[in-house]
Design a protein around this ligand. Structure first.
Ligand SMILES: [Zn+2]
Length: 256
């Protein structure tokens, strides 16, 4: 089985000095591709460096809502112009977070919109982080559509969000959160999302799946997530694995 890790932070300081061996471990379980996700200027630059250092790994650059007042979108554009050699595959993770930060909603919204505009200008898709902010996220994406694709990262389905995703053809990436105890309605919403719109991720080093909570999460845990996803979707794991793999290559415009 082959896995495309669509969202990892090997640029996190937890991996200082052990990136090569971590990637090697992930390769052993079948992880062929890894996206390094930036969340501010510094981590985006590191994502680009890692993507150039390791084959079949790619950079996603952008400013997370938590850093929207520290860094500016023009710095992300400068990074792209300075370093782009085809390995920067999306703008992200960008979006809104009213869980950790809610006193600067205006700033978050401005930063989000400006980065959608940048993605459209660079002809790149976006990777969206949305936490406790689904209505605003929805309105912004509706009024400022990302022309080259929208991926909702760490997706946690609710009725409204699932409808938005289906109506607009957005992609969603599921991570370790789908292995945590879930309600009946969660099962129902998971069933509603077409497999053609699904990707997988770990959000490493965060969000380890059950039964590994409390450990440092890495992309080698993707098989656990795929297996759980197959359970929700009532599809054979191998078959689902092929579908989400193909979805990932397509979304990030990568030739196999
Ligand atoms: Zn992340």
């Amino acid at each position: 089985m082959k896995y495309y890790e669509t969202h990892a932070h090997l640029n996190d300081e937890k991996f200082n000095g052990i990136v090569a061996e971590t990637i090697e471990e992930c390769r052993k379980v079948g992880v062929t591709h890894i996206n390094h996700i930036g969340y501010n200027v510094e981590s985006s630059k590191k994502a680009i460096e890692l993507s150039n250092q390791y084959d079949n790994t790619y950079a996603v650059i952008g400013i997370h809502p938590s850093d929207c007042e520290k860094d500016s979108v023009s710095q992300i554009e400068e990074l792209y112009n300075k370093y782009n050699n085809g390995k920067i595959v999306a703008i992200g993770e960008i979006g809104l977070d009213y869980y950790w930060e809610k006193d600067n909603k205006e700033a978050q919204i401005e930063c989000f919109k400006a980065q959608i505009e940048l993605a459209n200008k660079l002809k790149l898709p976006i990777v969206v982080h949305s936490r406790d902010a689904s209505l605003d996220t929805y309105n912004i994406l509706k009024d400022n559509p990302a022309k080259y694709g929208t991926l909702m990262h760490c997706f946690s389905p609710t009725e409204d969000l699932v409808r938005m995703v289906i109506e607009n053809g957005f992609k969603v990436a599921f991570g370790g959160n789908i292995t945590y105890n879930r309600s009946k309605s969660f099962y129902k919403y998971m069933e509603m999302i077409p497999v053609e719109q699904i990707l997988i991720e770990t959000d490493s080093p965060y969000l380890p799946p059950e039964p590994l909570r409390g450990t440092v999460n890495t992309s080698k845990n993707l098989p656990i997530i795929l297996e759980k996803l197959a359970e929700y979707k009532h599809i054979d794991v191998e078959e689902l694995g092929k579908i989400v793999y193909r979805n990932s290559l397509e979304f990030f415009n990568i030739k196999d």
